[in-house]
Design a protein around this ligand. Structure first.
Ligand code: NAD
Length: 357
């Protein structure tokens, strides 16, 4: 498929190839959709097997950002960037040069941290452009997003409980958390404070001990996570864990956690969960707290405001699950439709004359 055919198939607005041989920069910026606002999305650095793989990745990820922002009700569009290369070879000059390319888009694309990029890299980009988020909290930035991501996931879990049991109360409910790293630990904290019983699965003994010491609970080994007699399974580790191997093991009526790409195949596994009557909070809906956090940075950061906005994930998750039931579809499809409907509505607003602001 040609590049333009790929852009058409995902309905992208723009793609920019950035090259600066002197500093070893090869980057691609994809702007998917700016109907709702500037395209916001992180910059990922990876040694892609081929340029075609990098193009595919940046197009797929930037489109995902459009949906994530739209369903979260934010005034931003979707974009993403990839830098092709070994993260071990990154330099200040490479990120400064990349920052100049970002600047050339005049705010149509705003970047942030992503896989293999750091606060320090964002600092180097910031030397060349203001269209970057993700600086340290000490410098007025939004800092570590995981407390906000977990707070959104906590409210998403409450929404699932309400839909499933008629009450959002987590006290006395059992939640099994897979991965007690950044997001999982904060989620455990919020749930523990509200009286939930906790079960943990993690490949790191150190992380497990830290959670057990702080909040009590018990540990699940291997596949016990999937078989857990819990009210909620909260995946907060890796992607692809809900698949044809694990779905038959599931006993919990709810899957709601912060991890990205929880379903191995959105359509196949989403349908299998719906058939089993399991309420699945789509990952990109329930983990939007991280995006809400960097979005707040654009507006003049305040952690309290970001937390307040992340709590709205309660309403969004409820809306998506109820829409899926009414329309007889999966929660992922329902979330996609919520996003598409919002973009279409804003796109078709009556074009009245507006005085310059
Ligand atoms: P993290 O690396 O801090 O924590 C991940 C935890 O999962 C670690 O404790 C790790 O030991 C554990 N783990 C890894 N493989 C595992 C496995 N096979 N089984 C059980 N446990 C395993 O990462 P994080 O920042 O907490 O992110 C967790 C997930 O949430 C990721 O999918 C990430 O993409 C997603 N996410 C994070 C944020 C954020 O704000 N950090 C925002 C949105 C989405």
């Amino acid at each position: 498929m040609s590049i333009f055919e790929q852009l058409s198939s995902y309905d992208h607005e723009q793609i920019m190839f950035c090259r600066d041989d002197a500093v070893g920069l090869k980057a691609i910026i994809a702007v998917h959709n700016t109907t709702l606002g500037p395209a916001l999305g992180g910059t990922r650095m990876l040694d892609y097997p081929s340029e075609a793989d990098a193009v595919r990745d940046v197009l797929r990820l930037s489109r995902g950002m459009t949906y994530k922002a739209a369903v979260a009700g934010l005034d931003i569009g979707g974009g993403k960037a990839v830098i092709i290369g070994d993260p071990a070879m990154k330099t200040e000059a490479m990120f400064r040069s990349f920052g100049r390319f970002v600047d050339s888009l005049g705010g149509r694309y705003v970047t942030a941290e992503d896989m293999n990029t750091t606060v320090e890299d964002m600092g180097n980009i910031r030397r060349e452009t203001r269209w970057v988020t993700g600086s340290e909290a000490a410098h007025g930035g939004s800092g570590d997003p995981s407390p906000v991501t977990a707070w959104g996931a906590f409210h998403g879990i409450r929404a699932c409980l309400e839909v499933t049991y008629g009450s959002p109360d987590v006290s006395g409910r059992t939640v099994a958390i897979q991965g007690v790293g950044h997001v999982g630990w904060w989620l455990a904290k919020y749930l523990h404070e509200q009286g939930a019983k906790l079960l943990y699965a993690d490949v790191s003994g150190k992380r497990l001990s830290r959670a057990m010491e702080a909040f009590g609970g018990s540990v699940l080994e291997g596949d016990e996570f999937y078989r857990a007699e819990a009210d909620v399974l909260a995946p907060c580790a890796i992607g692809g864990i809900i698949n044809p191997r694990t779905i038959p093991m599931l006993r919990a009526p709810i899957i709601a956690g912060g991890a990205n790409n929880q379903l191995d195949d959105e359509k196949r596994d989403g349908e299998a969960l719906a058939t089993r009557g399991i309420n699945y909070a789509p990952d990109y809906v329930i983990n939007a707290g991280g995006l809400i956090n960097v979005y707040s940075e654009l507006k003049g950061y305040g952690r309290d405001k970001a937390m307040l906005d992340a709590a709205n994930i309660f309403d969004t998750v409820k809306r998506v699950i109820n829409k899926a039931k009414v329309e007889g579809t999966t929660t992922v499809m329902a979330a996609n439709r919520v996003a598409e409907e919002r973009i279409a509505t804003v796109h078709h607003l009556k074009r009245v004359w507006l005085a310059p602001r």
